[in-house]
Write a protein that binds this ligand. Structure first.
Ligand code: SF4
Length: 186
């Protein structure tokens, strides 16, 4: 069945926002950023069994200027943090970040001074992927979720309105209160 059967009248109506989201979601190029053992699973995802190429993402860019997705695979040391930020800054806009594995997301078991306790201290993260290490299927699932996010990204005035609504919703949140012990003045 071809496109002609799906669209018998030959007319397709959509918005610029939807068309841009669709095009962006289907042209994501990842930058290589394997830092530790999670990178093995990342490499597996590019292999023939899991076939990252089905999303057109098999081309891992060795220059950040030709990449718009950073998959942080593994723990981030304090020494690597400024390098990671520099590479992120050099990537093309709009850009996205997947934090792959518990070490990248929170420092994991490495609760010490040498490891950044979450890569979101360095760059904004779009998708947090749990696991130690996450399986390639989990990475594929996070990529599909990222595609959804990209396809539903608002543009122009719609985006400004969405940001304002989110900010107002956060400002309206009641501060968290802990139950005070009986008789306490807290
Ligand atoms: S989450 Fe597990 S597999 Fe991934 S970098 Fe940390 S220790 Fe290694």
């Amino acid at each position: 069945m071809g496109l002609e059967e799906k669209l018998p009248s030959g007319v397709l109506l959509t918005s610029v926002e939807k068309a841009a989201g669709w095009a962006r979601a289907r042209s994501v190029w990842p930058a290589t950023f394997g830092l530790a053992c999670c990178a093995m699973e990342l490499m597996m995802t590019g292999g023939p069994k899991h076939d990252l190429a089905r999303f057109g993402m098999e081309r891992a860019s060795n220059t950040p200027r030709q990449a718009d997705l950073m998959i942080v695979a593994g723990r981030v040391s304090q020494k690597m943090a400024p390098v990671l930020r520099q590479i992120y800054d050099q990537m093309a806009d709009p850009k996205w970040v997947i934090s792959m594995g518990v070490c990248a997301s929170s420092g994991g078991m490495f609760n010490n001074y040498a490891i950044v306790q979450g890569v979101d201290h360095i760059v904004p993260v779009d998708i947090y992927l749990p696991g130690c290490p996450p399986r390639p299927e989990m990475l594929l699932d996070s990529i599909l979720k990222l595609h959804d996010k990209i396809m539903n990204t608002k543009l122009g005035k719609n985006r400004d309105r969405e940001i304002t609504e989110l900010e107002n919703a956060r400002l309206g949140l009641a501060p968290m209160r802990l139950p005070s012990p009986e008789g306490s003045q807290l």
